[in-house]
Design a protein around this ligand. Structure first.
Ligand code: ASP
Length: 432
């Protein structure tokens, strides 16, 4: 008992992930299919604790983002510097997403997943993805950032609209501090309150992560991976390439120090994004890890929720690989022009992908249709969807932190001392 208490939260989460994996795979093969496995374990205990934890985190997101951005903007000294960081981050988001899908297309072209499947396109088919809503145009997306009703935006958790409203609140309260003193105090107290609630919820992370992972693997085991091995290899290989050839060199170049500090502090975020498969639900943890990286809240409270909404490098990789896989499976040749179209639509679809489980798969139909590939092809990779979603979410969130870190560093806003320190994430900080 005492020993367990001494273990750091990061180690605890990692351990519960591994135990969840072993327990899940074990249960998948030991317990026969039936009521106990499905209703008591998968949809019972594991669902209760896993989904319960995800919901606890979701419960934090809207007020946390609102107060965090509000107070951040309120205390901001230099709005123009903030503008520069915001634009830089936005550009980095777009470039890294385009780069991710390009890497994925390249690697998948080499590994040739799906070749030899010789499928024939069905004349009239429909899949859940085919029935997906049409993605809004870019102009619509921009106009939709302005909430018609801020209360509705908060109630529905429309992230871009929440960011917009929090921004306006922060600017006005910051500018008329004296006149609006009660509001200023309220924002600050709200922010402190949310940090404390976040710390409290994080206490449940080990059990939540265990239940999420155990549930997934009790359900699917390892068997389904076999026939889709090259597809998975293309996705994971592209992720490794993006991390090793883009993220880490950029971190080293901008921070002029070993990437170990960065990796250590981002690791808890990575594990949680992996278990929950939701960038949105991970926001509270991502923000806390940005704190420990020395990124000021003024910046991260804006760029992280924005990134969780529009920056999906992992999803872009998945979409690039899925395009090649499905084209190969149906024996359809893609021209160079097609590949360029895929890069563009994957970037747009990544903006439209919500940071919740499975949304990347829904948006895949848009990318497939842009080059005339059969949308029903999505069903071919459905069996590995959850696993791929876990990996792509982890990369999505890491991409948000990387871009935020780089732009904060370039604007000399990074607290280097804090970055190089051994500071631990939020769960250890607040004595609850
Ligand atoms: N689950 C991913 C995320 O939350 C989105 C996706 O499905 O690709 O970031």
């Amino acid at each position: 008992m005492t020993e367990k208490k001494k273990m750091s939260p990061t180690k605890k989460i990692l351990l519960s992930m591994l135990i969840g994996l072993v327990v899940g795979i074990g249960l998948h093969y030991i317990i026969p299919d039936g009521f106990f496995k499905q209703s008591v374990l998968i949809d019972g205990v594991f669902y209760l604790f896993g989904q319960g934890f995800v919901r606890l985190l979701q419960m934090l997101v809207v007020p946390l983002v609102f107060f965090s951005i509000g107070t951040g903007v309120m205390q901001m000294r230099d709005i123009s510097q903030f503008g520069r960081v915001a634009i830089r981050t936005l550009v980095l988001y777009l470039i890294t997403t385009a780069l991710s899908v390009a890497v994925a297309l390249f690697l998948a072209k080499m590994l040739k997943p799906g070749v030899g499947m010789n499928l024939v396109e069905a004349a009239n088919s429909s899949t859940p993805a085919a029935d997906a809503e049409k993605a809004p145009t870019l102009i619509e997306t921009i106009v939709n950032i302005i909430p018609k009703n801020p209360i509705e935006a908060l109630a529905n958790g429309n992230m871009l609209q929440v960011i917009f409203w929090a921004f306006i609140t922060g600017i006005i309260v910051g500018r008329f501090g004296e006149e609006l003193k009660p509001l200023e105090d309220l924002m600050e107290a709200g922010n402190d309150f949310m940090m404390k609630v976040t710390a409290l919820v994080m206490k449940a992370a080990p059990i939540g992560v265990f239940a999420l992972i155990a549930r997934t693997f009790t359900d699917i085991g390892l068997g389904i991976v076999g026939p889709l091995l090259t597809f998975l290899a293309s996705v994971l290989g592209s992720m490794v390439i993006v991390i090793l050839l883009a993220y880490l060199p950029l971190i080293v170049l901008t921070s002029k120090s070993s990437p170990m500090h960065f990796l250590k502090k981002v690791f808890p975020v990575y594990t949680f994004a992996f278990s929950s498969a939701s960038s949105n639900a991970t926001i509270p943890l991502t923000l806390s890890s940005c704190d420990t990286l020395g990124i000021p809240r003024e910046i991260s409270s804006f760029t992280i929720p924005l990134g969780a909404t529009i920056n999906m490098n992992g999803t872009a990789i998945y979409q690039g690989c899925a395009v090649i896989f499905i084209a190969n499976a149906y024996g359809i040749d893609l021209t160079f022009g097609n590949l360029v179209t895929v890069v563009l639509t994957a970037v747009l679809s990544s903006i439209g992908t919500a940071g919740v489980p499975g949304s990347g798969m829904i948006m895949l139909s848009m990318v497939l249709s842009s080059v005339g590939l059969p949308v029903e092809g999505v069903s071919l990779i459905m069996s590995v969807e959850r696993i791929v979603d876990m990996f792509r979410t982890a990369l999505n969130v890491t991409g948000d932190v990387v871009a935020t870190f780089i732009s904060a560093t370039q604007e000399r806003l990074l607290d280097k001392e804090r970055y190089l320190s051994d500071e631990k994430p939020i769960m250890e900080e607040v004595g609850l």
